[in-house]
Design a protein around this ligand. Sequence first.
Ligand code: ATP
Length: 282
Amino acid sequence: MIYEKAPAKINLTLDILHKRTDGYHEVEMIMTTIDLSDRLSFEKRGDQKILIESDNRFVPNDKRNLVYQAADLMIRKYELSQGVTIHMDKNIPVAAGLAGGSSDAAATLRGVNRLFELGLTSGELQELGATLGSDVPFCVTGGTALATGRGEKLKPLPALPPCWVVLGKPSVGVSTKEVYGKVNFEQMKHPQTEEAIHALEQQDFYEVCDHLENVLEPITVRMHGEISRIKSRMEQAGGDGVLMSGSGPTVFALSAHQSRAEGIYNSLKGFCSEVYIVRNLR
Ligand code: ATP
């Protein structure tokens, strides 16, 4: 039996440049992994089946699960003669903008690679991951990176300086497809991505916080007003930078100081349905 950790990501920036002829949006986003993780275990089977075990009622255990799709892809492509049983302990909230499913899929690519001793490189796993979802290639290696294209082209960046991350998730789940469907280029306030990258290069935490921006935030806020109430509360409690992650609805606050982060966490307890306090992963 082998284990893989599947950490969540947050977006420090998320920009959409244009809609492509293939229907995807051309994006430019800075992503970073945080210490809120699902845990997956992998065991070879005597037969050729893929069995997913999870006690999370929001996640399907069949072919719709990205973990199933990732394992199926590896088994077919490398003509493996055995199947795999995958157990998932889900800690990352589902449909939250934290790439939980993508990270599980990436962990499955890594896990199956190790379990069957396939010897594939991260680059090869990222290429396979791109066929499963736009965020999967980033999740193969994690860290901090600039993602372009539809999210699959990656450039590693210096890590976000060590900090605390408080996450507030409203009770609603959000469909990424629905949010992208409402994108309006005329009203868009684009992030200053270059400046944000410069701040990371300088390891200037407060400058990074000043450049947090997500073009999807106003769209999801219009659908779920609770997001702006959580944001205001995080700002009032002293978050150094506050932003919605991905297509939402999870909002995160960054704080350089543990006591401040705990204050933000306490101010959200009972105010929104799920609250987490974690570190960023370097
Ligand atoms: P992203 O930020 O990449 O858009 P997300 O955090 O918003 O992702 P996920 O938690 O990945 O969203 O879930 C999106 C949908 O994918 C859910 O409706 C869920 O049913 C489906 N799904 C498939 N496999 C998984 C998985 N392993 N974990 C969570 N959701 C999964």
